[in-house]
Ligand binder design. Sequence first.
Ligand SMILES: *[C@@H]1O[C@H](CO)[C@@H](O)[C@H](O)[C@H]1NC(C)=O
Ligand SMILES: *[C@@H]1O[C@H](CO)[C@@H](O)[C@H](O)[C@H]1NC(C)=O
Ligand SMILES: *[C@@H]1O[C@H](CO)[C@@H](O)[C@H](O)[C@H]1NC(C)=O
Ligand SMILES: *[C@@H]1O[C@H](CO)[C@@H](O)[C@H](O)[C@H]1NC(C)=O
Ligand SMILES: *[C@@H]1O[C@H](CO)[C@@H](O)[C@H](O)[C@H]1NC(C)=O
Ligand SMILES: *[C@@H]1O[C@H](CO)[C@@H](O)[C@H](O)[C@H]1NC(C)=O
Length: 439
Amino acid sequence: MYSTFSSLAIVAIAATAVQAAPWTPPTNIEPQDPVVDYYISLGARPFYIVGNMTDSPLKTKLQSCENGPFKITDFAIGHRGGATLQIPEESVENAMAGARFGAGILECDTSLTADRGLVCRHSLCDLATTTNILLNETLAAKCSVPFTPATANSSASAVCCTTDITMADYLTLCSKMDGFNASAQNVADYQHGIPTWRTELYDTCATVQTLESYIDLVESLPGYRNFTPELKSGADDPVTAKYAKFPPGYTQEDYARQFAMTFINKGIDPARVWMQSFNPPDIFLWLKEFPEFGRQAVYLDESGDTPENYTAAVALLPSLKAQGVNIIAPPFNYLIMEAGPGNQSIVPAPYAIAAKAAGLDIITWTFERSGPLAGVKADDDYYYTSVADAVHTDGQLYEILDVLAQEIGIKAIFTDWAATVVYYANCMGLDGPNSADYQ
Ligand SMILES: *[C@@H]1O[C@H](CO)[C@@H](O)[C@H](O)[C@H]1NC(C)=O
Ligand SMILES: *[C@@H]1O[C@H](CO)[C@@H](O)[C@H](O)[C@H]1NC(C)=O
Ligand SMILES: *[C@@H]1O[C@H](CO)[C@@H](O)[C@H](O)[C@H]1NC(C)=O
Ligand SMILES: *[C@@H]1O[C@H](CO)[C@@H](O)[C@H](O)[C@H]1NC(C)=O
Ligand SMILES: *[C@@H]1O[C@H](CO)[C@@H](O)[C@H](O)[C@H]1NC(C)=O
Ligand SMILES: *[C@@H]1O[C@H](CO)[C@@H](O)[C@H](O)[C@H]1NC(C)=O
């Protein structure tokens, strides 16, 4: 799954990424292994998590891998980049960090500008909290809902959509950590307000990306990487559904086609592209009009958040497979549960069992998107709602990932800190989804 590339290319890219002293490649790389083990840099966190595990065969196995080698793996999908825990989402800097961690697949959530530009933003209407748009008076004046200071009874607010501005406007913005200060009286204060376990250390004008520049970036990275672009819409986002305004005459279908054509025009092999959407008509359009993309498209599903809706979502799975869907992607809280009253073992949940029975492959989201697990509560942390009573320490991150990978057989997982997943995947020999399975 990895292509060869010249050591000259490695040197060129490393030289731009590392501004310190001249860098020379290590001499101990096996020529037949171009996956550049030395390029991967995992940092402290995987070792911290393993260190916090209670003794078990899994802990022993993970400890046995502490010296690597670590390779790029498609089992780890960089969510909104791959280092969103600390670096502004959808930015060049985030994607570079996710790549450095060894994520084999990098994400660009794709939104639309007023002049039909495709840009990497997680929501069409999140610019007020993920960029500095409100600090630019010209652009702030274009926002769907202008900044409103907090009052005694209401939070500060603003809604700025990518469809409010042009591509040229967008390219003047800085990416910042997603958050807002609900008490803000002015736009400067509004820029802050992230959870304490994230950081603003990299809120130094991270570089915004377009869909095209993201494709070029992924192509330029050392090692062989793949794409997971997501077509955003109002399907999973009530704020977008309410405020985003498509250009006159431009439809969701046009948007889904333009999205696919961007990869075709760049000459990207569809086997490397894992298109995603929460909006079923997008998936079915790709299956019909762009089958080489559609057959490995990722059907994002968050329709099962209440017990009744969960039952309905599980019941729907066979019909999705029958309509040509091959990969289903629910949040991981749909896939796992506690074994029973008084038994806090984490086991596969009905959704996982039904998806496998229907012949669907599973990709899931989003790992490392929560604070310390010691603080997880059933009612305030979405990703742990189904196992909140069982989860108390960060060491359990790998126990949960192990259930997902070994007992359920997920093909890949989106993560806000790719290093954690890359460590596990290398230790277990997990390569991620294989395009040939969907031909
Ligand atoms: C894991 O960390 C928690 C603190 O979050 C601590 O109470 C616990 O003792 C640690 N467990 C191990 C096995 O180190
Ligand atoms: C804010 O809430 C207070 C107390 O509930 C109420 O007396 C006041 O009228 C409210 N102000 C506005 C502007 O709604
Ligand atoms: C503010 O936005 C306008 C319109 O796109 C742009 O010309 C200008 O350069 C921006 N100002 C800054 C400081 O980025
Ligand atoms: C939030 O805004 C309020 C009011 O503008 C300000 O007093 C406070 O310092 C701000 N908090 C942060 C974290 O910026
Ligand atoms: C969840 O179920 C309710 C009522 O059963 C329904 O109105 C709603 O549309 C469902 N939501 C989703 C996301 O399917
Ligand atoms: C708890 O559930 C797990 C998984 O189903 C099972 O293997 C284990 O035996 C159960 N433990 C007890 C005490 O029932």
